[in-house]
Ligand binder design. Structure first.
Ligand SMILES: CC(C)(COP(=O)(O)OP(=O)(O)OC[C@H]1O[C@@H](n2cnc3c(N)ncnc32)[C@H](O)[C@@H]1OP(=O)(O)O)[C@@H](O)C(=O)NCCC(=O)NCCS
Length: 225
């Protein structure tokens, strides 16, 4: 955390926040490819495609080339899927960070971590949870790659949790996915527990077994209330 400080979001952070979010999402392409390749259904489809190519061409080399082309096409498809996920996030609360999080009098806020050069290197937001009335949700937790492992996310989340507790929030939740192993370790260290897991309700997500996890943590009232 040396040289990194946490402060509330300001309008001039808008593009940096969106870029950090997009980068944190698109870096999951390789883990997503690995995850997809571990799915039995995908392995069987790949094997069937190789056997069909072999039967049609009579050439091992041709069937292997076919397999490589198939893998490249699948990677491109997954890239497009991630891009769609990024666009979705950018069109939700991050479309207008100010009005989503920074309206005075509302228990909602967005923070950035900035380095010594005042560059935004981390983000977190908290706002009422749409899917669980009465709970609040931590969102958009992301830290620039070269600054990870130094406690930046822990500090950001700590700020958000303390803010929520002061605002009278009793239940905090967050959503993460099978691709975010680092984030899940972070949440467990912060006292969150896994509450639910489900396959994201869309046809492509079902096809690739994209599992989403809901984590939650109860907060105690601050001592002076
Ligand atoms: C998840 C993420 C925000 C963690 O940021 P970070 O600043 O590196 O996390 P911290 O350094 O604050 O780590 C806090 C705790 O999380 C755990 N942790 C974080 N990254 C870890 C890793 N790569 N391996 C093992 N543990 C890890 C550690 O246990 C650490 O606890 P400790 O300090 O007591 O050891 C960061 O990896 C990231 O931005 N990932 C991409 C975006 C993303 O997936 N966001 C989550 C969306 S749900």
């Amino acid at each position: 955390m040396d040289g990194v400080r946490i402060r509330e979001y300001r309008d001039e952070d808008y593009h940096a926040v969106r870029e950090l979010y997009a980068a944190g999402f698109t870096e999951k392409l390789d883990p997503l490819c690995v995850h997809v390749l571990t799915q039995t259904r995908v392995q069987l489809t790949l094997l069937a495609a190789l056997l069909v190519a072999l039967a049609l061409s009579g050439s091992v080399l041709a069937s292997l080339v076919c397999g490589v082309l198939l893998l490249l096409a699948a990677r491109l498809g997954l890239r497009l899927l991630l891009d769609r996920g990024v666009r979705l996030g950018l069109s939700e609360d991050l479309q207008d960070v100010g009005s989503s999080y920074m309206t005075p009098g509302r228990v909602a806020c967005f923070w950035v971590a900035e380095d010594a050069g005042q560059v935004v290197v981390g983000t977190v937001g908290v706002l009422p949870c749409v899917t669980q009335p009465g709970a609040w949700e931590l969102k958009r937790i992301s830290v620039r790659r070269d600054l990870r492992g130094r406690g930046v996310a822990r500090a950001l989340c700590g700020t958000a949790v303390a803010f929520a507790a002061r605002g009278g929030v009793r239940h905090l939740v967050l959503y993460t996915s099978v691709l975010q192993a680092d984030a899940q370790r972070l949440y467990l260290r912060l006292g969150f527990r896994k509450l639910e897991e489900f396959v994201w309700p869309s046809a492509p997500a079902r096809l690739i077994g994209f599992v989403v996890y809901k984590y939650g943590r109860d907060l105690r009232p601050p001592p002076d209330t």
